[in-house]
Ligand binder design. Structure first.
Ligand SMILES: C[S@@+](CC[C@H](N)C(=O)[O-])C[C@H]1O[C@@H](n2cnc3c(N)ncnc32)[C@H](O)[C@@H]1O
Length: 275
């Protein structure tokens, strides 16, 4: 980190956010946090990060908006269809052997990845024996995930992805369309627990059979990536699965040896049985 004044101020601002609100952005990749904080600074009409720090410390009502600047909510249903195809064809046969299942969708954003997995599990006849834990640090994103309502103009893409992922039914079975929005069936949430949880400062979830954490680690530096992967390692049952985003991998992590490459091209790993 350079000693440019604005970089010093940015560090102090991240420290202040952590001390006051316990949101820890200190180990996010600096290039992206700088870009996002610069947008927030302009949005709040602040001349410097020090001025933004003063406002954030004294006006807690700014926090939700600031969180929306600092977290990226880009997602789609069945994003990278081949990942979901691999889950269906390679992971599901293993999961079928368990009488009950616990699945964690970490960094679930507005819920697109969650609904993709619940639909996949329903199509494979596994939904009734499964509990899904959907977590994120952004409470607004969690509220949208819980609502399950998406713009209708995104549905063509979601439908095409679903088909490419090996979908066994029509996506239109799972939502009703009205006034430009698709509202996903509330029965899809019957087995879902939503919860505010940070991958860098909160505790483990016990005995998960599959953790899907896609496109979150790319925003972390190496230390935070190690913390999150350590958390996954501890949270997984023996031989449990971990799925990452297409640009993420365990290769340079401290925990590589705890996992086997289960499906290298799809970024799916399996925790070793002996651990
Ligand atoms: C780009 S979205 C990924 C959404 C979805 N997983 C996907 O791949 O389409 C990144 C998500 O990670 C969440 N996130 C960022 N930092 C986090 C943290 N420390 N703990 C949990 N979630 C976090 C953000 O709020 C955001 O919803």
């Amino acid at each position: 980190m350079s000693d440019k004044t604005s970089d010093i101020e940015l560090r102090l601002l991240l420290e202040a956010i952590f001390r006051k609100y316990h949101y820890d952005f200190r180990g996010y990749s600096m290039a992206s946090i700088k870009r996002r904080m610069a947008q927030a600074k302009n949005h709040f009409s602040c001349r410097s990060y020090s001025q933004l720090q003063e406002r954030v410390l004294h006006e807690p009502e700014l926090l939700p908006q600031l969180l929306s600047f600092l977290t990226v909510q880009v997602s789609e249903m069945f994003r990278d269809a081949s990942y979901f195809k691999a889950i269906r064809e390679k992971v599901v046969p293993h999961l079928r052997t368990y009488p009950s299942l616990k699945i964690w969708i970490a960094g679930c954003s507005n819920g697109e990845e969650l609904y993709s997995l619940v639909i996949l599990f329903r199509e494979e006849g596994l939904e009734d024996r499964t509990m899904f834990y959907a977590t994120d640090i952004n409470p607004e994103a969690l509220r949208r995930a819980e609502a399950g309502i998406y713009d209708l103009d995104r549905i063509a893409l979601f439908t095409a992805n679903h088909q490419r992922s090996g979908g066994k039914s029509s996506l239109s079975n799972y939502y009703t369309a009205a006034y430009g929005a698709a509202s996903f069936d509330k029965s899809l949430r019957d087995h879902v627990v939503f919860s505010d949880h940070s991958l860098v400062s909160d505790t483990v979830f016990a005995e998960m059979h599959f953790i899907s954490c896609r496109n979150v680690l790319i925003y972390f530096d190496k230390d935070f990536q190690n913390r999150a992967i350590g958390l996954f390692r501890e949270s997984l049952a023996r031989k449990g699965f971990l799925g990452l985003g297409s640009k993420e991998s365990l290769r340079f992590s401290d925990h590589t040896s705890a996992f086997l490459d289960f499906s290298q091209e799809d970024r799916i790993y399996q925790k070793r049985g002996e651990l």
